[in-house]
Design a protein around this ligand. Structure first.
Ligand code: XIL
Length: 374
């Protein structure tokens, strides 16, 4: 059983405070809501998600923010962002001990100017490591990892809703991925990473993030066992990021069941990198199922798509996003919007959401600096 430490209360407050922002955004968007009914129909993804206390985000790159269609689609439709690459190890610490935050800072500044929350991605990963990390061994790697986490997470402290502390550390069979991190540091490295992140930013929610966690399977069993162990031993972990890189043929028969079991275990779940290769109604159906699954699980706190437009998707040929290369809404967009609206104020509503006035009071009392909170 986890004791309710001040740090945990801090994390919770940031989460609640972010909801003030989205609630404000809902009012600003002119959404008409009839109190206590499930009939409200918001006309943007962010406003629709906010009706049940959730966010709807996108992975973005700072260099595209100057493109008018990119920025206006982002600002209109989304109320959360994550850096697609700008906060990774190679971007933020290209040389040991020399930090570079320009890309990440631009993203945070944009988010704050728009009242959006920010996810942090990612502190430790086997990929996109700078060259100098790849040659390190034993305690040198361990110290470099802790210093990196401390440097990045303390730079952004108080501004991040949730951090992907560790990314993609499991194999498909549920065992640990044999990365340089695992081979040089042994099993304890993930726990160590979470403890370092907790010390550097007590307000951020701390997530483990991975792909192919799209159902009850050997890999999600492995992650489940790790989370269960962390919770039992008081290792600070708050959430599991379900990346959700899919195709229109993906089997989602146990997708919601998997979200629910993590939620029941005692962590939040977030859909962190959603994209679905395909087109038309087949693609839309997969997007609808994912969205319906999230809103049906009280501790599924939000959804992020891995990009805004097919024009800049890392899987561009798969046309996996909600807006086509000309920023037109696709059938999948409508499916997601409908599923979010269907949940607003209905059974899918998260049951731990006080009203906006209560959020506001709590945020002021604790003086937690929250991006965009006015
Ligand atoms: C991808 C980016 O989208 C690409 O631009 C980059 O070249 C490689 O990384 N899982 C993750 C993300 O956690 O960080 C990856 O992002 C996609 C898969």
């Amino acid at each position: 059983m986890i004791s309710s430490s001040p740090m945990r209360r801090g994390r919770r407050l940031v989460r609640l405070s972010v909801a003030v922002v989205v609630t404000g955004g809902l009012a600003a968007a002119g959404v008409v809501m009839s109190t206590g009914s499930a009939t409200a129909q918001a006309d943007t993804l962010g406003a629709a998600a906010a009706q049940s206390g959730r966010y709807f985000g996108a992975a973005i790159a700072p260099n595209f923010l100057g493109e008018a269609d990119y920025a206006s689609t982002l600002n209109t439709e989304f109320n959360s962002v994550v850096a697609e690459n700008a906060m990774k190890w190679d971007a933020t610490e290209p040389n040991q001990g020399q930090f570079s935050f320009s890309g990440g800072d631009a993203i945070v500044a944009h988010a704050q100017s728009q009242g959006m929350s920010v996810r942090g991605h990612t502190l430790v990963w086997h990929a996109q490591q700078p060259g100098w990390v790849q040659g390190l061994t034993g305690d040198s790697l361990r110290q470099a990892m802790v210093d990196h986490i401390t440097g990045v997470a303390s730079h952004y402290a108080g501004q991040i809703y949730s951090w992907d502390v560790v990314n993609e550390a499991f194999e498909e069979d549920g065992s640990r991925r044999q990365s340089n991190l695992q081979q040089q540091m042994g099993d304890g490295w993930i726990e160590e990473a979470f403890r370092a992140a907790d010390a550097a930013d007590p307000d951020a929610r701390l997530c483990y993030n991975d792909y192919n966690l799209d159902g009850v399977n050997a890999k999600s069993d492995g992650v489940y066992a790790m989370v269960e162990d962390f919770l039992a031993r008081g290792v600070p972990i708050d959430c599991v990021g379900i990346q959700t890189h899919l195709s229109q043929d993906s089997d989602l028969s146990t997708y919601q069941e998997n979200l629910q079991r993590f939620s029941d275990l005692g962590v939040d779940v977030e859909i962190t990198e959603l994209d679905v290769g395909g087109s038309g109604s087949a693609q839309a159906d997969v997007y609808r199922t994912v969205t319906e699954s999230c809103v049906a699980v009280a501790r599924c706190t939000g959804i992020t798509t891995w990009g805004i437009t097919d024009k800049y998707s890392w899987r561009g040929q798969d046309t996996p996003l909600l807006f086509d290369a000309n920023y037109q809404k696709k059938e999948a967009y409508t499916a997601v919007l409908e599923a979010l609206n269907a949940a607003g104020g209905a059974s899918g509503e998260r049951d731990d959401q006080p009203d906006a006035a209560a959020y506001d009071q709590m945020a002021r009392r604790e003086s937690v600096p929250v991006p965009g909170l006015v």
